[in-house]
Design a protein around this ligand. Structure first.
Ligand code: ADP
Length: 462
């Protein structure tokens, strides 16, 4: 049989669910959206007058929804007073049960379970619209969002309600988000696409749209593959060039040291001073080459680690002393907690500390202080480097840990660098099961910090 679009027109199974009235009990839907207006319209249809509605949303979405529900005839003050309409702020509600970046199951069940039980006494249908998951997602807390979706599913096995979650599709951009996107879809019993599909009225239009999207997906896949290959070739080239540069530059450095000794012996101090300057420049060059070599190793999964037990404070003091030699213009002030022996790659951890301090020197004006502080908690040791420099704008603060990322803007191009130091540092700390972060205000200074577990579970550097 030939299937024509005409045969298919009106086949309900080809259409996404738009009939909210016929929801099976315990449904947990996700509505993706491009425009707030579409989301609000969708939630407006989901909330049946007469049922109990619990809205956990942003202030803007709550305000728009309430306007629309009142147009539909909902007597908001009465519904509120009778507990048929409960509106909560998504950020405030999250704060009630988040613990160390993840939703705490006991607190979640106690608060939201209690709320649903109280709201449903003597009534039948409870419909909940929630945006807490989307908020966690937008903050970059993907693990927290997925955990919260799981908790909602657990709760729906104990209590009777229907739940609709709203996510802006824009928050899932990029190939790297594909896996996380399917995880989110997997947590829901139904997935509703954005308005670009959902608002198409006939099955024919929808099939055409699907065909178009499939074609776009194919060409994007081909494009991504091509770029991946080109990126790989570029990485290989950088790897080969930096490796080839390293050997001659290192031997030139050896010769400068011999020359220096000779000039000193003959008391030619002027030439000795010139050679010292030459060596300083060579050190910079060697530093840049090493960054390139490390970055290509990270990309190829070949960054090696050699862990050992070492005294953390001893390492910090050693690095601070070395760094103080490189700058007369800044004073490095140290304030250290009690020392600990830690199990880690000493050289690599030292590299992170050097990177923090050399950035503090580079990005702050002369005659300012750089403070190096450490502190302990029962599980971690933390080190922070604080400067009074140009700072990092809020929108760049997560991106500076990306490969080759440098903050752009007036005057910033004058600072030398490849944008690799923090990328390498974050990989080193991540592979030690630690955490790295920045707090900064433009024009006021920055605090770069990392913490390492005192007793890593098992350091397999995965
Ligand atoms: P770079 O070699 O460019 O300094 P990094 O990876 O070490 O590379 O840093 C990435 C970017 O982060 C820098 O280009 C700079 O814009 C910003 N940055 C890093 N440290 C600081 C700091 N202490 N103060 C201000 N900006 C900083």
């Amino acid at each position: 049989m030939t299937i024509t679009n005409q045969n298919l027109t009106g086949s309900p199974e080809l259409l996404p669910l738009t009939n909210w009235a016929g929801l099976p009990d315990g449904s947990h839907f996700v509505q993706f959206y491009d425009n707030d207006a579409f989301l609000v319209q969708s939630v407006r249809e989901f909330i049946k007058p007469g049922d109990v509605a619990i809205i956990i949303a942003t202030p803007e979405h709550r305000a728009r929804l309430e306007e629309d529900l009142q147009i539909d005839g909902l007597e908001l003050p009465d519904a509120r007073a009778q507990g048929r309409y409960i509106a909560l702020d998504s950020a405030d509600t999250l704060n009630l049960f988040m613990l160390d970046g993840l939703p705490d199951s006991d607190r979640f069940f106690e608060y939201l379970g209690g709320l649903i039980i109280r709201a449903s006494v003597g009534r039948s249908d409870v419909r909940i619209f929630g945006e807490m998951v989307a908020q966690l997602w937008a903050e970059g807390n993907q693990a927290g969002a997925i955990r919260l979706e799981q908790l909602w599913n657990d709760l729906s096995r104990m209590l009777s309600f229907n739940l609709c979650c709203g996510y802006p599709l824009n928050d899932f951009q990029g190939d790297a988000q594909a896996e996380a996107f399917s995880q989110i879809c997997g947590q829901h019993s139904g997935v509703l696409p954005t308005e670009s599909y959902a608002l198409l009225e006939s099955a024919d239009e929808r099939l055409r749209e699907i065909a178009l999207l499939q074609q776009k997906a194919r060409s994007l896949e081909a494009e991504i593959e091509q770029r991946r290959k080109a990126e790989h070739q570029k990485d290989e080239l950088i790897g080969i060039i930096s490796h080839e540069l390293k050997t001659p530059v290192t031997s030139v450095k050896g010769y400068t040291q011999i020359l220096q000794k000779r000039f000193r012996k003959t008391e030619d101090m002027h030439s000795a001073a010139l050679v010292t300057k030459m060596e300083a420049q060579l050190n910079k060059l060697i530093g840049l080459i090493s960054e390139l070599v490390d970055a290509t190793r990270i990309e190829g999964g070949k960054l090696q680690f050699n862990p050992l037990y070492f005294d953390f404070n001893e390492l910090v003091l050693e690095i601070v002393e070395q760094m103080q030699f490189t700058t007369e213009k800044h004073q490095i002030v140290v304030s250290l907690a009690e020392t600990k022996m830690i199990w880690a790659d000493k050289e690599r951890v030292g590299q992170v500390i050097s990177n923090f301090i050399s950035n503090a020197v580079k990005y702050s004006p002369p005659s300012t202080e750089i403070q190096v502080t450490t502190w302990l908690d029962p599980v971690n040791i933390t080190l922070r480097v604080q400067d009074c420099g140009i700072g990092v704008p809020a929108e760049d603060q997560t991106r500076i840990f990306e490969r080759f990322y440098r903050v752009s803007g007036e005057g910033r191009e004058t600072y030398p660098g490849l944008g690799l130091g923090l990328y390498i540092s974050s990989e080193i700390i991540r592979r030690h099961q630690g955490r790295i972060w920045v707090d900064s205000q433009t024009g006021k200074g920055s605090q770069f910090a990392f913490s390492l577990p005192l007793k890593p579970d098992s350091l397999d550097y995965e």
